[in-house]
Design a protein around this ligand. Sequence first.
Ligand SMILES: [Cu+2]
Length: 184
Amino acid sequence: MSASRSYRPFPILALASMAILGLTACGDDDAVAATDGADGPPPIEVTMVDFDYPDLPASIPAGTQLTVTNDAEEELHEVVAFRLPDDETRSVDELAELPPPELVAALGEPQTVLLAPPGGEMIPAVGDGVLRQPGRYGIFCFIPAGVDPQVYLAAAAETEEGPPQVEGGAPHFVLGMRAELMVE
Ligand SMILES: [Cu+2]
């Protein structure tokens, strides 16, 4: 039984597997082209390492598109962005301490999910990376520590709903891979 399973609150995997199977061919280019017009704010490339987003700014303009690059040696990483409710007063660090069911309830559905294997292409699994709605966002990586990226992505491709059946360690956000982001 994987401790990470219950953390995944959303059925992203059908979409993830579409990307993996190439059904969103040219997905990266399309995603970049899908920003809210040429007048929008410039995209922001989010670097992902073990276990942090070292260059993620504290705030970005509404309509900014996030892209991800994975600078880790071995670990798969992701940006899962949740627009936190206006009446949510707890910090992302406080939310990360919650038991999984309470965390899931607090976060709701993600605005976007962007994955990338080490040195590999971005996989936009949910949304297009654009954070349109102003507010406070929680950024989380739910990938279990120590999982082979190809094993995880292959399992995700075969899973029609819910998390892939992959054994692993703690979700990366528990290890520090989480952040708070203001969209203004
Ligand atoms: Cu990660």
